[in-house]
Design a protein around this ligand. Structure first.
Ligand code: SF4
Length: 300
């Protein structure tokens, strides 16, 4: 068979589903390539991760076009034989010189603004996938790494690779000293990503604890705004992070259907907080995003 692939979101980050599909089909003796409009294919796989990405409207010459990914349908799944496959066709993305890895899928939590639990269910361990032979570092994509039932084995496995590691999902609400020390024992690449999404939870003690093991400037904290938080709660979270030397990344809430638009306040808060030099040099109250308008006005 001749297989065509379409990464609808672009090629900014490797699409794991497509890399698995390509590797599995090659194992069956099929040829696989990025789909071109003027070539003929027996089957095309289109993958879209983000709802906000516009669909690809190319008229391909193919009788069997299969669409998948959260951007099309939150419940979409790979066929089981491909999902089980651990090979990844890294050659599709030669520009990305890293390995991607999952040691667990799903999550112990069911945060009201997040699709992970609906899509992947309760947290469960998964077998690691193929490494990129040309990798210069590893991107660990677990949603909640330390909630994974086999996180200790995962840390050992990462140590054996002798490469810097970048973590995407570290839940400091469950982090204990053993886990913080394990993180610190690895060569970390870029920021360790944590989140303070729910303002009702005071994460100050956990943040203070993690900064004993990991330097605060190596931590980036997502801060969800526009989802059941007051402006005072937003500012409290951001000022706490600033006091501890942790950089925030403000994310206005986006609903699954992508209908919600961030308010002007949320945009201004993001512009201030997501630029390190601005965030460090002044308080939000003194930030003047437009001539004659100071953000203190939002709190009157
Ligand atoms: S902890 Fe993170 S991954 Fe898990 S449900 Fe909440 S937001 Fe989603």
């Amino acid at each position: 068979m001749k297989i065509g692939l379409v990464d609808v979101d672009g090629h900014n980050f490797p699409n794991i589903a497509l890399m698995k599909i390509a590797s599995w089909h090659r194992q069956q003796g099929d040829t696989v390539e990025w789909a071109f409009a003027f070539s003929e294919y027996d089957r095309i796989y289109k993958s879209k991760v983000f709802t906000f990405t516009p669909d690809d409207m190319t008229a391909y010459q193919c009788p069997d076009i299969r669409k998948g990914g959260t951007g099309y349908d939150i419940k979409s799944q790979l066929p089981p034989e491909i999902d089980r496959h651990r090979g990844l066709a890294y050659d599709l993305y030669p520009q990305h010189r890293f390995s991607v890895q999952f040691y667990s899928r799903g999550c112990i939590r069911h945060c009201p603004f997040c699709l992970v639990h609906d899509k992947e269910g309760k947290i469960h361990a998964v077998e690691p996938m193929e490494w990129n032979p040309r990798a210069e570092w590893i991107e660990v994509l677990d949603n909640n790494f330390f909630a994974g039932p086999r996180w200790r084995e995962a840390v050992e496995d990462l140590r054996r690779q002798h490469l810097p590691v970048k973590f995407h999902g570290v839940d400091i609400r469950i982090m204990n000293e053993e886990q913080a020390a394990a993180l610190n024992s690895l060569r970390l690449k870029g920021y360790v990503h944590i989140a303070w999404d729910l303002p009702q939870l005071d994460l100050t003690p956990q943040l203070e604890a993690i900064t004993k093991y990991i330097k605060p400037y190596k931590i980036a904290c997502y801060v969800l705004v526009g989802f059941n938080s007051t402006r005072d709660q937003d500012l409290h979270r951001l000022r706490t992070l600033k006091r501890l030397g942790i950089l925030p990344f403000v994310q206005p809430f986006r609903d699954y259907t992508n209908q919600r638009k961030p308010s002007q306040y949320e945009k201004d808060l993001g512009r201030w907080a997501n630029r390190a030099w601005l965030f460090k040099s002044m308080d939000f109250m003194d930030y003047e995003p437009r001539k004659g308008f100071k953000c203190a006005e939002y709190f009157k």
